[in-house]
Design a protein around this ligand. Structure first.
Ligand SMILES: [Zn+2]
Length: 457
């Protein structure tokens, strides 16, 4: 395949280059390449070509007991592809009590195989800690899983002592520990109080999980990370300015080995949505915050203080699943769709001049690829890298609309947001899989990626 005439994002900025792909890789990048006999040519004249995006925070097929995330590995990866994401690393849910670390990985292989349409990997998930579990971390790494997730809230939460033990072992193995930071006691205390007082509406969801609950846990886990010899840490879905202050404190103190993720919902949406009649749509954790946090996060993004943007894609239908919370917000399944809208929303910000394209590509592709052991195969446009490419028509203007999305959910939280630019085509390993907002690839073409050790930024 030869892709001609595009303005191509390279490590030296945008360049007018032709791209030749062969056996799934970028074979040549040069000013003028002429088609060889029988070579298929894709005309990208006037278009911009970005690296395929990498989303390291999805929850496909997540089972939370009373509800099940609507996107499986087929619909979820089709939606991802249509939104310019060509690699995902999924966070498996908790397994049965007492299960080993491979239990959920084995299960998730069966969920993804034959279904995923883009390349994929899994994070490990820890829901308890003992010597056996710690010894299994090495096995996980051999299986190509170089990161694990821990929670400071929910049923599988770890104590500080357990977290320290995980961090010490992970550091020795060169594994990255992703952490959901919320103080469980603050959240449980406030939830109980609100429900007792009959305050059951969705507007009490953010009040029950205040910024302090997140920031305290951020501060605590970074303190534990320093104690464990500056263990590599990755803070998922940071949502508040208060957390950024603690993050800044630790960075100024010389802790370099930790990384920060936020998500588009925390940049674009705020807590006033919980007061709307359909407020249940926006129940996720951490919750949407007061508007000033959007600006603080946007500023941090611009300054390079946010390393990655994930989506935390976890779709529950409003008409059915979200209604579990209609008389009690604590019973509403937590999560929103977003895997398809991240790159378009961020590309739009760049075209509006609010952030630069470097920030978009770094946070949505290059940095997640580096941190999660996918680089240099993924996350960049260069000879030898996988030919994962997103062709963007910068001149298009539109609006995010649920009816145009492929996510298997009955709403998008970003409905009617104006966008600049439009994804015209997507290539995965040199194969055109999206054109004109249609998935044109084959079900199950995605490959499991054995990830290598994380690479600091
Ligand atoms: Zn999540």
């Amino acid at each position: 395949m030869l892709i001609t005439g595009g303005k191509v994002y390279t490590k030296n900025g945008f360049k007018p280059l032709d791209i030749r792909t062969k056996d799934g890789k970028i074979e040549a990048l040069a000013k003028r390449l002429s088609a060889e006999e029988g070579e298929e040519v894709f005309d990208a004249l006037g278009k911009t070509i970005l690296p395929g995006a990498v989303d390291v925070h999805t929850h496909f097929d997540l089972d939370v007991g009373f509800a099940h995330a609507n996107d499986d590995f087929y619909t979820g990866t089709v939606a991802a592809a249509c939104g310019g994401t060509t690699t995902i690393v999924d966070h498996p849910g908790f397994g049965p009590d007492g299960c080993g670390l491979m239990h959920q990985i084995d299960l998730y292989h069966t969920l993804a195989e034959g279904k995923a349409v883009i390349d994929y990997g899994f994070h490990g998930v820890l829901q308890r800690v003992d010597d056996g579990i710690l010894n299994e971390l090495e096995k996980l790494k051999e299986h190509g899983i170089s990161s694990v997730k821990i929670y400071m809230t929910y049923s599988g939460k770890l104590s500080d002592d357990e977290i320290l033990r995980v961090l010490e072992r992970a550091r020795a193995l060169g594994m990255l520990v992703a952490v959901h930071c919320e103080n469980n006691d603050i959240v449980e205390h406030l939830k109980t109080e609100y429900i007792k007082q009959g305050k059951t509406g969705p507007e009490y969801h953010p009040l029950s999980r205040p910024p302090m609950a997140e920031a305290e846990a951020v501060n605590r886990v970074l303190s534990l990370g320093r104690t464990a010899g500056d263990a590599p840490l990755y803070l998922v879905h940071v949502s508040t300015g208060l957390s950024l202050e603690y993050i800044d404190f630790f960075r100024r103190g010389g802790y370099e080995n930790f990384f920060v993720e936020s998500c588009p919902q925390y940049l674009f949406l705020d807590e006033t949505l919980y007061k709307k009649p359909d407020g249940l749509k926006y129940i996720l954790s951490p919750p949407l915050r007061a508007k000033e946090n959007n600006n603080l996060l946007m500023q941090a993004l611009r300054l390079g203080e946010i390393d990655t943007l994930g989506t935390d894609h976890c779709p529950f239908n409003y008409a059915h699943d979200k209604q579990f919370g209609k008389d009690n917000f604590t019973k509403c399944p937590n999560g929103m769709p977003g895997v398809e809208t991240r790159y378009p929303l961020l590309i739009s910000l760049a075209l509006e001049g609010k952030i630069d394209f470097n920030t978009v590509v770094k946070t949505c592709a290059e940095n997640p690829a580096k941190l999660f052991g996918l680089f240099p195969q993924k996350g960049r446009i260069a000879e030898g890298a996988d030919a994962d490419l997103v062709v963007v028509d910068e001149s298009a203007r539109g609006k995010i609309a649920h009816k145009n999305l492929h996510e298997n959910c009955d709403y998008t939280p970003f409905e009617a947001m104006g966008t600049r630019g439009e994804i015209a085509a997507v290539f995965s390993r040199g194969e055109k899989i999206v054109e004109n907002n249609q998935f044109v690839g084959e079900k199950g073409r995605g490959q499991y990626i054995k990830r290598s050790t994380f690479q600091p930024l």
